[in-house]
Design a binder for this molecule. Structure first.
Ligand code: MRU
Length: 345
């Protein structure tokens, strides 16, 4: 599959996720402002992929700063990091990446710092790839032959710049020879499920059925869904999880029907600094994303619309959290503290 993010000849090549699946367009970003914009406009999206893009964006910015003074370089980099920190608020991978890059901005001179930032960005990318591969293998143990799964939004290779999280688990189960099929919710307002997840699963040859978000309960009630699996944007210290808007509804529904509900995420998505999930900042996006579909108005002009991009799923609805360090079940607070990210906020 085409790579979502690639560091090529000192530039960041991205696959434009707003254009998929109709058009497969790559853009070579050669300045950090374009990376910030691509994240805001969700041309790069998904928590782990955002983290990787931020790391490369900071390295890109450092390379283009013309100064021989180390303090001047660090001061300018600080501004760059602030611009990235303001791009999207919910996915903690973004802040983890900034934190790591801040720590990596060390060296005797300007040239050394610039080099160590590129090395660190590549390292962050490498670690995300390996974490998503590992958690997918581990999570596949939960998937039985013949399972029909339901997933929401897109938590695949596109969203991770690696193997995928929720989709990674499904892909790994499929590669192990288990026959699996997947219901994919379209994921209004930006249709990540309909546009991206279906596209990824079809490329893997995994049978997929697209449904609207409101059809999930109907299929659960009919006994057609064996488990729900989603990714995460931020997991608080108590296991409460922020993920794409609609995830909470699916978790409550799964619980009401006795269907396991799994969250798959690398440890870079865990935020031990927040004791409760309700402290996670929820991004509010433009109402136009709700009143329009791909630029076409679908509601009366002037209508008021709300557009929270994420919601919080309380830990009692989560059957297990799958990370590269193992599969964790309740009580989550102890387990998360044990495996929490190496680089704390
Ligand atoms: O707004 P998005 O498309 O960036 O939201 C993405 C999600 O909610 C994903 O489920 C999450 O980032 C996990 S991606 C492995």
């Amino acid at each position: 599959m085409a790579r979502a993010i690639e560091w090529l000849d000192g530039k960041l090549r991205i696959l434009d996720q707003r254009k998929l699946p109709r058009e497969q367009i790559f853009a070579d970003l050669d300045n950090y402002q374009d990376v910030v914009l691509a994240i805001k406009e969700m041309r790069i999206r998904g928590a782990p992929a955002i983290g990787v893009a931020v790391a490369y964006g900071i390295a890109l910015a450092a390379s283009s700063i013309r100064t021989t003074n180390k303090d001047d370089l660090l001061a300018q980099l600080n501004q760059v990091m602030q611009a990235f920190a303001a791009s999207r608020p919910t996915a903690v991978n973004l802040f983890q990446a900034i934190n790591r890059m801040k720590k990596a901005a060390r060296g005797d001179g300007v040239a050394e710092i610039k080099k160590s930032l590129i090395d660190e960005a590549k390292q962050i990318h490498k670690e995300e790839v390996s974490a998503t591969e590992k958690l997918s293998q581990l999570g596949a143990e939960l998937i039985k032959d013949g399972f029909t799964l339901l997933t929401h939004c897109n938590a695949g290779a596109l969203a991770t710049a690696g193997y995928g999280t929720a989709l990674g688990v499904i892909k790994a189960a499929n590669e192990q020879g288990k026959k699996v099929s997947v219901f994919v919710t379209e994921t209004r307002p930006l249709l990540q499920g309909a546009r991206l997840t279906t596209w990824e699963l079809m490329q893997e040859g995994i049978p997929v059925t697209l449904i609207t978000d409101s059809m999930a309960g109907y299929f659960m009630k009919r006994g057609e869904i064996d488990c729900v699996i989603v990714g995460a944007d931020r997991i608080a210290a108590n296991g409460y999880t922020a993920n794409k808007i609609g995830t909470y509804t699916l978790a409550v529904l799964a619980n009401a029907h006795g269907i396991p509900f799994y969250v798959a995420a690398p440890t870079t998505t865990i935020d031990l600094s927040l004791t409760s999930g309700y402290q996670i900042p929820i991004e509010e996006r433009s109402p136009e994303e709700v009143t329009h579909i791909q630029g076409i108005p679908i509601a009366p002009a002037g209508i008021r619309a709300a557009n929270p991009a994420f919601d919080i799923t309380p830990n009692q609805y989560i059957s297990a959290i799958i990370t590269e360090k193992g599969i964790m079940r309740a009580p989550y607070t102890e387990g998360l503290k044990r495996i929490g990210p190496r680089f704390l906020l």
